[in-house]
Design a protein around this ligand. Structure first.
Ligand SMILES: Cc1cc2nc3c(=O)[nH]c(=O)nc-3n(C[C@H](O)[C@H](O)[C@H](O)COP(=O)(O)OP(=O)(O)OC[C@H]3O[C@@H](n4cnc5c(N)ncnc54)[C@H](O)[C@@H]3O)c2cc1C
Length: 380
């Protein structure tokens, strides 16, 4: 593919770069897994939306710019290069919104997307259950039909829901046909986390911050208007979200290129120690390889292709790369890493990369079975 940008893409890039240079906070915001950090990140989202940088690829009527996929990747590169804050709205804008665009009614799109874009309403992914993580199809939370009220009654438990302690809405799968098995008979629901019958219990993470939560559903009524896609077809709806999480949108290469650049800077500031040179070069090359691979994915999508199982390769690559880069930084810093907040926090978070968005072991099974055509793992 030709990686030269067109005139209009260069203009888009320059506009994004100038805006970010002027507006990115000079000091990092407090962690979004704390109440004050969550609010500060919401305010930043509002500022982005006001200038129509929050969701560049969305239609203008939902605060977007109708930007192309290429422009979206350019924006992501600029965003991370500028050291801009993490996206507190990421579960909504990156994971759920493609599903709403694909499966939502116009009424749902009009109702949910604008406040998602401005960060006024933050969405939490409520998929995992205590006994259903990698094997999501074994979920037990259930939905019973309530014909009289025109909706469903939810019962059960979800867990590990990022930022659900402070978020406003959740999205998740429930078994709506009690006689169904596995991937059948599931329905995709959206629900306000403040609804009657929902209890949100924060879980402290490794760093002690309580943004994570488990959710308990006790006879929670959800109207038909908050069902995403057809009742019973929830698995297919959910899989379009999972593809986005692993394949392209959640972890754009800009994030890793920015980390690699910071690492190179750190190495230079530490006197360019020769014993760490190879690790630093590997990190930089890894980030660049991921960037180029993403451009390959973009050109495939533009040619009408799909991400498909290659999203699993992607996911394993970026999560391993993130850990390697942070480990190299901590090695470079030596004992000083104890007091280097950014690298230590980044390292702790990088450790979760091989777990969330589908564990790397499971992604490797997908690569082995679906891409390489190796025999299936022994189950049971
Ligand atoms: C930082 C972070 C954020 C998260 N955010 C969310 C969120 O917002 N919403 C949400 O719903 N969930 C979230 N999760 C949960 C995440 O999706 C699950 O942790 C993940 O799916 C794994 O499920 P589990 O923890 O139940 O582990 P299990 O599925 O019990 O797996 C335990 C171990 O067994 C391995 N394993 C399981 N099955 C196989 C297999 N078939 N072959 C080989 N190995 C296997 C796994 O790889 C893992 O090492 C988050 C997790 C983390 C760490």
């Amino acid at each position: 593919m030709n990686l030269d940008l067109s005139e209009s893409e260069l203009a888009f890039q320059a506009e994004a770069r100038a805006w970010l240079a002027a507006r990115v906070p000079s000091e990092p915001l407090p962690s979004m897994d704390t109440p004050e950090g969550f609010r500060a990140h919401q305010e930043w989202e509002a500022e982005l939306a006001e200038a129509r940088w929050a969701v560049v690829s969305w239609p203008e009527k939902y605060h977007g710019r109708d930007a192309s996929l290429v422009e979206w990747v350019i924006f992501e590169e600029e965003y991370y290069r500028a050291g801009a804050p993490g996206r507190v709205s990421q579960n909504g804008i990156f994971l759920l919104s493609p599903t709403i665009f694909e499966n939502g009614t116009e009424e749902q799109q009009d109702r949910w997307l604008p406040s998602m874009a401005t960060g006024e309403q933050i969405w939490a992914q409520a998929w995992s259950e205590p006994e259903a993580g990698s094997d999501l199809a074994s979920l037990r939370s259930r939905a019973e039909r309530d014909e009289e009220r025109g909706g469903w009654v939810l019962n059960g438990q979800k867990t590990w829901s990022s930022r659900a302690s402070y978020a406003h809405w959740g999205f998740g799968l429930f078994r709506s046909d009690p006689d169904s098995q596995r991937h059948h008979g599931l329905t995709y629901f959206c629900f306000p986390l403040g609804a009657d019958g929902i209890t949100v219990r924060p879980i402290a993470q490794l760093d002690g911050e309580p943004g994570f939560a488990e959710l308990f559903f006790d006879d929670v009524f959800v109207p038909d208007s908050d069902v995403l896609g057809e009742p019973g077809a929830g698995w297919a709806v959910a899989m379009s979200t999972a593809g986005n999480e692993r394949g392209l949108s959640l972890r754009s290469p800009g994030r890793f290129c920015a980390t690699a650049d910071r690492l190179v800077d750190l190495w230079r500031r530490q006197g360019a120690p020769v014993e760490h040179r190879d690790a630093v070069v590997d990190a930089w090359l890894g980030a660049e390889a991921y960037r180029l691979y993403t451009w390959g994915t973009v050109s495939r999508l533009l040619d009408g292709g799909q991400i498909g199982y290659a999203g699993s390769v992607n996911k394993v690559f970026w999560s391993d790369l993130d850990i390697a880069m942070h480990e190299t930084a901590l090695d470079l810093l030596g004992p000083a890493s104890e007091v280097s907040g950014a690298w230590t926090d980044g390292y702790l978070f990088s450790l979760s990369g091989p777990i969330y968005a589908g564990t790397n072991e499971v992604q490797r099974n997908v690569v082995a079975e679906r891409i390489l055509g190796l025999p299936r793992e022994a189950r049971g």
